[in-house]
Design a protein around this ligand. Structure first.
Ligand SMILES: [Cu+2]
Length: 157
């Protein structure tokens, strides 16, 4: 009973994914900006870990950048569980999280995301676009609810 429900749900999600990918190929730019290449840029460190109280957190819990700013995000998993850092619109993260709930082993190969084993460090080089309110989150099932999300604001200071 449960299995067939999951399968139907899974099939229901694929057309949405294909559509999203198709749109992207159609030339729509990511409103958050685009991957950057190497060069002179500010480094921002982000830590991911579990707390003794059972929460899962990002430190800092909030990120803010200027429109057009290029940054090197250095993300370290200081926890004992696998975590990921995905930055996107709140809407896209929410959709992505639903898909992850059905396919927990799903691996992303997106320039706006990095998945890290305990002790690992990864990097994202990114040039932010125009002003907007975005979000960074860990979409591994249960982690968002445990506290792994925070606002990412692209704003003129
Ligand atoms: Cu996590």
């Amino acid at each position: 009973m449960m299995k067939s429900f999951m399968l139907v749900t899974a099939i229901a999600f694929f057309p949405a994914l294909a559509l999203a990918a198709g749109k992207h190929e159609g030339g729509h730019e990511n409103p958050m900006g685009m991957p950057a290449t190497d060069g002179d840029m500010q480094t921002v460190e982000v830590s991911m870990r579990e707390t003794e109280e059972g929460a899962m957190i990002f430190e800092p819990g909030e990120l803010s950048f200027a429109p057009g700013e290029t940054v090197r995000l250095v993300i370290t998993n200081n926890g004992e569980l696998e975590h990921e850092f995905v930055m996107d619109s709140v809407k896209t993260n929410a959709e992505h999280k639903e898909v992850m709930a059905k396919f927990p082993e799903m691996e992303h190969d997106d320039p706006n995301a990095v998945r890290l084993q305990p002790g690992e460090t990864g990097e994202i080089l990114w040039t932010f676009g125009e002003s907007g309110e975005f979000e960074f989150a860990c979409l591994i099932p249960g982690h968002y609810e445990a506290g792994m999300h925070g606002p990412l604001n692209v704003t003129e200071s």
